[in-house]
Design a protein around this ligand. Structure first.
Ligand SMILES: [Fe+2]
Ligand SMILES: [Fe+2]
Length: 191
């Protein structure tokens, strides 16, 4: 299904070296987690490789890609590159890379925010993005990565809660999917 070699060539050419390294780190962790949790390795690889494919586009280009894909997004998402890049990456995955598998597209779509009732692949890509080996934004990343290998839900919950606090502290818009994802996991946890 995936033309890995061509995809890597495209990514290396079109992403900054930092983003490219992050993408490779994300794919590595996603495949490790997919092995542990018996998820589809190829889908994990594909979603990880393309999750940030549109991340470095201008906001206007992201908006145009999303508009052409026909996906409806809320106004607060359409005006916010941090949120919109996930929609734009999913749209490009479909239009430029021929990905039609909805599980892969959803894992790309929700890699930043999570959502209620996340699939296994969505959780894997969410954590692979947040805690791959090149990430340095938080002292606990290594622990999150380790925890994800033992208890995926618990690691996802920790990252969601960290993201909620960070977004609120910075005064950014908090996507409602993140709140739903967090509350859903807390309820399942029986807290
Ligand atoms: Fe991203
Ligand atoms: Fe990412």
């Amino acid at each position: 299904m995936i033309e890995r070699k061509q995809w890597l060539a495209y990514l290396e050419k079109n992403l900054s070296s930092k983003r490219y390294r992050h993408t490779l780190g994300c794919a590595k962790l996603a495949k490790e987690l997919a092995k542990i949790y018996h998820a589809d390795l190829d889908k994990a690889d594909a979603a990880a490789l393309l999750h940030d494919v549109a991340k470095e586009m201008s906001l206007a280009d992201m908006q145009s890609v999303v508009l052409h894909s026909g996906t409806q997004v809320a106004n607060y998402v359409a005006g916010n590159a941090t949120l919109l890049h996930a929609y734009a990456s999913a749209a490009l995955a479909q239009s430029q890379f021929g990905v039609e598998d909805q599980e892969i597209l959803d894992a790309i779509l929700y890699h930043t925010t999570g959502r209620k009732n996340m699939s296994l692949l969505e959780k894997i890509i969410f954590i692979a993005d947040a805690a791959e080996e090149n990430r340095t934004y938080h002292p606990q990343i290594k622990q999150w990565r380790q925890e994800a290998k033992e208890d995926l839900d618990s690691a996802v919950l920790k990252v969601l809660e960290y993201n909620i606090i960070r977004v609120v502290q910075r005064g950014f818009i908090l996507d409602e999917n993140t709140v739903s994802a967090r509350n859903d996991l807390v309820m399942r946890d029986g807290r």
